[in-house]
Design a protein around this ligand. Sequence first.
Ligand code: AMP
Length: 190
Amino acid sequence: MIIIVFLGPPGAGKGTQAELLAERYNLVHIATGDIFRRHMQNNTDLGRKIKEILERGELVPDDITVKIVEQEIKKHMNDRGVILDGFPRTIVQAKMLDDMLKKMNLNINLVLYLKVSKHEATKRLLARGRHDDKPEIIARRFEEYEEKTRPIQEYYKRKGILVEINGEQSIEGVHKSIVAVVESKKLFDS
Ligand code: AMP
């Protein structure tokens, strides 16, 4: 099974691009933010526990997040591949993911870093207008990103699996750049 990770700040277009890529190559799209929001909507125990964290724009604890991702990956073991969107978001999560995959005899095949300026990302978030796309919450999400998520770039760069994509193109333009990278890596047969 192929594993692709999407990295990038809030508003980079990870969700949109992960969706397009999943469709194109018939992959499973695993978005931790979507899973958390679903739990909140369904008012599950987990949903109630994380509600305030999401409303502050902070990160859900690593152990909770990793457990959810592990369940999802295990569900799709027989699929062609998975895209992780919004995970990992801390170095601890990245290391726990590596350990988890090792036990399953898997590894990350490609990390796509969507590079966009803070200015462009903020503009997109404000236009999207999701519940947590309010100026104070956006500011907190960026802080969390800079402090906890940004270091992951270096972690994957050192492993030689990170590819940077210009995320400031049109949706179709970014998608084409990503497909070109995926094709050049020959990740899939057809
Ligand atoms: P997203 O939909 O990726 O923008 O995520 C929305 C929110 O869900 C984030 O602001 C975090 O509160 C939480 N979240 C999503 N993914 C993670 C993760 N990998 N680790 C911790 N919190 C996360």
